[in-house]
Design a protein around this ligand. Structure first.
Ligand SMILES: C[S@@+](CC[C@H](N)C(=O)[O-])C[C@H]1O[C@@H](n2cnc3c(N)ncnc32)[C@H](O)[C@@H]1O
Length: 249
C-alpha cells in the first residue's frame, strides 16, 4: 500500500501519553515487538531517508489473507490495554488489524499480551490516530472501532472529542463504501454526541433498526475491562454501529 507522501498536519494530542515507564515483561515486549510492528510513515521527500523508502507496514503486509474475511483491514482507535484488539486478532486470523494508542503503558500492555500468540496480522501506531488516518489511502479500511473514547465532559473541551464532523470526514475517506464505524461509550452525553455527529454526517448511516438497539452489543462482541468495570458500577454501555453509505461522495 502507498501512504501519503508527507505528514504535515501534526495536531495537538490531548491527555496523558505516559505516567510511569513500563517495566519488566511489558518493557521487554515494547523493546522487542514495537520496532517490528510499528508503522513507520514515509520520511519527508526532502530528507535523505526518502531516497531509500521502505514499506510502512513491512513487506507484503495486508496482502492476501485466508477465507471469507481474507484481506479485510480494520483499525481500532484508542485501544487502551488492547484486550478488544487481541480478541479480534484471535477470532479473525484472516483479517489484518491496525491499532492506534498513544499511551505507552497501554501499548506495552497490549504488546506483552500478544507476545506468545500469532501476531503477523497486526500493526501498531503509538501516536494520534488522526495523523495515521491522514496518511492512509482512500477506501483502505473495512472498518473502524472507537470504543469508549475520552469523554471530555466540559463544554469548552468538546472540540477535543475524537468523533467530530472533521474527523468523520477523514474516517469516511479511508473507509471502503459500506465500511463499518463501530463506536461505544458508557457516558450518556458522549453517546448522544456520537450518534448526533455521525447521523448528521452525509457519508454515514446508522444501522439501528429499533429503539433499544443501541444498548444491545453487536453479535460476537468482545468486552473490555473498562466496559466490565463500568457495568459493575451500574453504567449502561451504548453500542453505535454506522456504515459508510455505498454512494458516499
Ligand atoms: C477511555 S480509554 C478507552 C480504552 C479502550 N478503548 C477501552 O474501551 O477499554 C480512551 C483511549 O483513547 C486513547 N486516545 C485518546 N486520544 C487518542 C487519539 N487521538 N488517537 C488514538 N488514541 C487516542 C487514550 O490514550 C485512551 O487509551
Amino acid at each position: 500500500m502507498v501512504l501519503a507522501d508527507t505528514v504535515t498536519d501534526k495536531r495537538r494530542l490531548y491527555g496523558r501519553k505516559q505516567t510511569r515507564p513500563p517495566k519488566g515483561e511489558r518493557k521487554e515486549a515494547l523493546e522487542c515487538l514495537l520496532p517490528r510492528l510499528e508503522i513507520k510513515l514515509p520520511p519527508h521527500p526532502s530528507s535523505p531517508a526518502a531516497q531509500t523508502p521502505s514499506p510502512p507496514w513491512g513487506e507484503g503486509w495486508g496482502e492476501g489473507g485466508e477465507g471469507g474475511e481474507g484481506g479485510e483491514k480494520w483499525l481500532e482507535i484508542g485501544f487502551g490495554n488492547g484486550e478488544h484488539l487481541k480478541g479480534l486478532m484471535e477470532r479473525h486470523p484472516g483479517r489484518f488489524y491496525i491499532g492506534a494508542e498513544p499511551f505507552i503503558n497501554g501499548m506495552a500492555a497490549f504488546l506483552r499480551s500478544i507476545k506468545d500468540v500469532p501476531h503477523d496480522n497486526i500493526r501498531v501506531w503509538m501516536d494520534d490516530a488522526i495523523i495515521l488516518a491522514d496518511a492512509m489511502p482512500d477506501e483502505y479500511l473495512d472498518g473502524i472501532y472507537i470504543l469508549n473514547p475520552d469523554p471530555w465532559p466540559k463544554t469548552r473541551h468538546h472540540k477535543r472529542r475524537i468523533v467530530s464532523q472533521g474527523n468523520l470526514t477523514k474516517f469516511a475517506r479511508i473507509l471502503k463504501p459500506g465500511g463499518a464505524l463501530i463506536m461505544s461509550s458508557d457516558v450518556d452525553d458522549l453517546s448522544e454526541w456520537m450518534v448526533t455527529q455521525a447521523s448528521n454526517h452525509p457519508a454515514f448511516e446508522w444501522t439501528a433498526e429499533r429503539a433499544g438497539d443501541w444498548h444491545t452489543p453487536p453479535p460476537d462482541w468482545i468486552k473490555t475491562r473498562y466496559e466490565t468495570k463500568g457495568a459493575d458500577a451500574g453504567r449502561k454501555q451504548t453500542y453505535l454501529v454506522f456504515r459508510k453509505k455505498e454512494n458516499a461522495e
